[in-house]
Design a binder for this molecule. Structure first.
Ligand code: CA
Length: 222
């Protein structure tokens, strides 16, 4: 069975937030709720999501600013903006500033769910781009784009290894696990170390962390 899609839900209105979280959970989504812009930024930068549902009017930092900052840090997760402002100029601003879709409040629950499904379909089929701290990896073209925008081409195995680490950014992988999942034809775990070395040469020394006695974990690009 495929893993459930992960959704970052950002909504400060307590009752609406609870209602939406319940609804998304009932639909089978793995949902993380953030109630203000700061929290949303933190979750968006430290976790991997398949879609974001972002209220525009938030305390501390408004929804479009959160989205802007995430986009500037290389987070390409598709976003649906919810807004009490429904006029065309507002909608255009939302789309211009990096949102994939825009829905005015009050909205119909079924319409929201349909739009989330559409967002996830587009994301999963057309946008094979994974966020890594400080940039992103396009697994189709095997290219890393850093926050400064310089594209770095990777070999097939380098890309596979980085993808494996980036899909679970908080997990520490054992060498043996990486050997089996990324280098199924090899039997020397040293090949993992060799490719970690290649990635560090291309993406910076911190891009793959060594966790002593265990293995490797994704780190920030430099
Ligand atoms: Ca609000």
């Amino acid at each position: 069975m495929p893993e459930p899609a992960r959704i970052l839900l950002v909504e400060d209105d307590g009752r609406l937030a609870e209602l939406l979280q319940q609804l998304l959970t009932d639909e089978g989504y793995d949902t993380v709720l953030a109630r203000d812009g700061q929290r949303a930024l933190h979750e968006g930068l430290t976790q991997q999501f398949d879609a974001m549902v972002l209220d525009r009017g938030l305390p501390v930092m408004e929804g479009l600013d959160v989205l802007n900052r995430l986009r500037n840090r290389g987070v390409v997760t598709p976003a649906l903006i919810l807004s009490a402002l429904g006029n065309p100029a507002d909608r255009v601003e939302g789309l211009d500033r990096g949102a994939e879709d825009y829905l005015a409040k009050p909205f119909d629950i079924d319409e929201l769910l349909a739009r989330i499904r559409a967002l996830l379909r587009r994301h999963r089929s057309d946008v094979p781009v994974i966020a890594v701290p400080g940039g992103s990896l396009d697994v189709t073209s095997r290219t890393v784009t850093t926050r400064h925008g310089d594209p770095i081409p990777l070999s097939e195995r380098e890309s596979d290894l980085l993808e494996r680490l980036a899909r679970r950014p908080s997990q520490v992988f054992e060498r043996g696990d990486l050997l089996v999942s990324v280098f199924p034809d090899a039997d020397d775990p040293g090949v993992v170390d060799t490719y970690v070395h290649y990635l560090r040469k291309k993406l910076g020394r911190g891009s793959v962390r060594t966790i002593r006695g265990i293995g490797y974990q994704l780190g920030p690009l430099s």
